[in-house]
Design a protein around this ligand. Sequence first.
Ligand SMILES: [Zn+2]
Length: 227
Amino acid sequence: MGLSKFFITSLAAVISVLSHPAEAAVISCRAENVTVTSPDVESAALACSAVQAAVTQFAACRMPALNKPLRIVILDDLDGAFYGLYYIGKDMINVLTPAAMQASEMTENAFAGVEITEYFKSTITHELSHAATEGIPCPFASCISTSEYISYAMQVMSLDPEALAAFQETSRIDRPIATEEFSPVILFMAPSLFAQKVWAHFQQNNAGCDFIGQLVRGETTLDLAPF
Ligand SMILES: [Zn+2]
């Protein structure tokens, strides 16, 4: 989520954020070169723990490190149908508070069984993955399928055992998934199915992190040349 539709709504979202600075300046903490600003202490603490876990997870799964300062701004409200957003080129993530996620009428069905604080942290992991992989090789103007594959893989991988079990119970994909099955069409039309297919593919042959490494190094891509 986040990266894809961001291309369409970026201007409106950025203007909105800039025009409401007071909403996002109550609590902040620093972890791993990341500044977290939040309207409540609990959300800030959850975000910082998500960052620290992501640093370890990324290192263990052939991901680029988070090697530049990042800002995470936690908000009670976020324009558009988003739980989280990474602002390309601005080193900033916006994410809803867990309470706002819970109250939202939006549903990301693939994660429907995941407890809300765990989902909140995994959303941050998803957006941190976009930040970490912003500079990876892309032979086209956009490599959105590759980018979202990586972010969903890291998001699901970050779940604790109980949440992961809930995700897998919802998914029920029990057949091999081919790389050709990841496309922007599925991403936009059925993002939950995209996420479920990512996790099924990631687990195949216990080779998920090897595949992440290939994507990160540009040795393979899930995107096609535009026509
Ligand atoms: Zn995304």
